[in-house]
Design a binder for this molecule. Structure first.
Ligand code: BES
Ligand code: MN
Ligand code: ZN
Length: 494
């Protein structure tokens, strides 16, 4: 794959697919990057097809000109309201049009291409547009799909374009993992994949197996894995650059399949639960990206890997478990398993003494009910940290919304009559009570953000720059925040 910048003054030249992104106030002059005879032809199509350059809309003009297959116009919407995510989507449509036609070269002209955020968005989109998950399907002879080999951006920022492509590719790595079914990725296989990642990206890795989980008192993670034929484990990847300016712990929920356990889920709710390891996939993608970008931030990527199954040795409702930090938990619902695995993983993460902790999890259906499936929930013990994170996330195109943690009435509901805590507190405020539960396992005073990506982890129909399936939601936001920490430019994701 070759992703490059075309120098100022040149047109986008002769490639198989020529893409132009346009604001809705565009005129014929905005087609200047196209060879003039082609621009003339395209201008005739615009009124004929009533193309208005609205956000997300495209016009494909096929050409009979030898090796140029078509021109793709992609709308950015209004100039005054444009965000980097609109550039991301327009670039996605252009590169996707190339991929679907099996074109190997594509060039893009886009307003503000030289801006860091715009170039990075184009690089990310170029990677996202190459994505599909077809490994289990027999080939179809009408299918021309091929990931384009050459993508060029007119007047782009070279570094940002390359960084964007790295980030987008790592997001696709995470999507590939999340899309794998539970019969392919179980906790043992996830460990193997993490070992491969460590080898390839130069990371340290240590794994706490189920015997060590027991001897170290990580009984909450252990309990969740008890019903499965494949034992749970805690996976710790570490990226240790030479002179780090900050240190992070990224904690991912790694339930390779969530059947609900003995509190078994009804069939429709169980479908897509292969995606319950998405948090783990995201932190693996983020540490892979950080290593590839050589960010001067030390990163502990920590995954509690388990399969939640209703086997003969499964943990039960009414069980009382002592977590790694010594707090006791009464289990009143085996389907509230994520917070149990995160309890031990978060306590372990805090022992690494990172400057900040971010956990990411497909944790509660309640979060999806509150915010929908295209916004994820954010919870924190440090509003300043959350503000910086949200500012960095905004540049990534991933939406997060902060939910409150100060309702003492809700906090009361996670108290147990037989143990310190209960693992599920009813329907009302379910995303918040889950976050409050987690807070018990985060060391006091350590800046912490919890991201609930339930439902945002998976699109049921193609949406925006995603094909059906896993999105690895949160991967770009977390990476943007790490970049901002690396550059000391907190919050802008620069
Ligand atoms: N993995 C689920 C949450 C989930 C739901 C993720 C929908 C993605 C889409 C989680 O383990 C779960 O089962 N949560 C329960 C919690 C309840 C038992 C307190 C839920 O949301 O119903
Ligand atoms: Mn569950
Ligand atoms: Zn779950």
């Amino acid at each position: 794959m070759n992703i490059e910048v075309l120098k100022s003054g040149s047109t986008i030249g002769r490639r198989q697919i020529l893409g132009v992104a346009l604001y809705d106030d565009f005129t014929a002059a905005n087609l200047a990057p196209l060879p003039s005879s082609i621009a003339a032809l395209v201008s005739m199509h615009i009124p004929r097809e009533n193309f208005k350059a609205k956000k997300g809309k495209t016009l494909v003009v096929p050409l009979a000109d030898g090796d140029i297959m078509c021109v793709v116009l992609a709308g950015l919407g209004s100039r005054d309201e444009v965000r980097a995510d609109d550039h991301r989507l327009a670039a996605y449509h252009i590169v996707r049009a190339a991929a679907e036609r099996g074109a190997s070269s594509v060039s893009i002209a886009m307003p503000e291409a030289s801006e860091y955020q715009v170039s990075r968005a184009v690089g990310e989109a170029a990677a996202l547009a190459r994505y599909r998950f077809k490994k289990y399907q027999s080939p179809d002879d009408e299918d021309r799909f091929a990931a384009p080999e050459n993508v060029a951006l007119l007047d782009g920022n070279e570094r940002a374009l390359a960084d964007g492509f790295t980030i987008g590719s790592c997001q696709c790595y995470a999507r590939d993992l999340a899309n794998e079914p539970g019969n392919v990725i179980n906790p043992e296989v996830l460990e193997k994949i993490a070992r491969d990642l460590a080898l390839e990206s130069g990371l340290k890795i240590s794994v706490i197996d189920h015997e060590q989980l027991a001897s170290r008192g990580m009984n909450a993670l252990l309990a969740v894995g008890k019903g499965s034929a494949v034992p749970p484990r805690l996976i710790h990847l570490e990226y240790a650059p030479e002179s780090p300016v900050a240190s992070a712990a990224l904690v991912g929920k790694g339930i390779t399949f969530d059947s609900g356990g003995l509190d078994i889920k009804p069939s429709e709710a169980m479908l897509t639960m292969k995606g319950d390891k998405t948090g783990a996939c995201v932190v693996m993608g983020a540490v892979k990206a950080a290593a590839a970008l050589r960010l001067p931030v030390r990163i502990h990527a920590i995954i509690g890997a388990a399969e939640n199954m209703p086997g003969g040795s499964a943990y039960r409702p009414d069980d009382v478990i002592k977590a790694y930090n010594g707090k006791t938990i009464e289990v009143n619902n085996t389907d509230a398993e994520g917070r149990l695995t995160l309890a031990d993983a978060l306590a372990y993460a805090c022992e690494q003494k990172p400057d900040f902790v971010i956990d990411i999890a497909t944790l509660t259906g309640a979060c999806a009910v509150a915010l929908g499936d295209t916004t994820a929930g954010l919870f924190t013990n440090d509003d300043g940290f959350a503000g910086d994170f949200l500012a960095a996330a905004a540049t990534s195109g991933e939406r997060f919304w902060k939910l409150p943690m100060d309702d003492e009435n809700l906090r009361r509901k996670i108290k147990s009559s037989v143990a310190d805590l209960i693992n599920s507190a009813g329907r009302y405020g379910g995303a918040i009570t889950a976050a409050m539960f987690l807070e018990n396992f985060v060391e006091k005073g350590r800046p912490w953000i919890h991201l609930d990506i339930a439902a945002a982890d998976f699109v049921k129909e193609p949406y925006s720059y995603y094909v059906k399936g896993a999105t690895a939601y949160g991967m770009r936001a977390i990476t943007s925040y790490l970049i901002s920490r690396a550059n000391g430019d907190i919050g802008r994701g620069l």
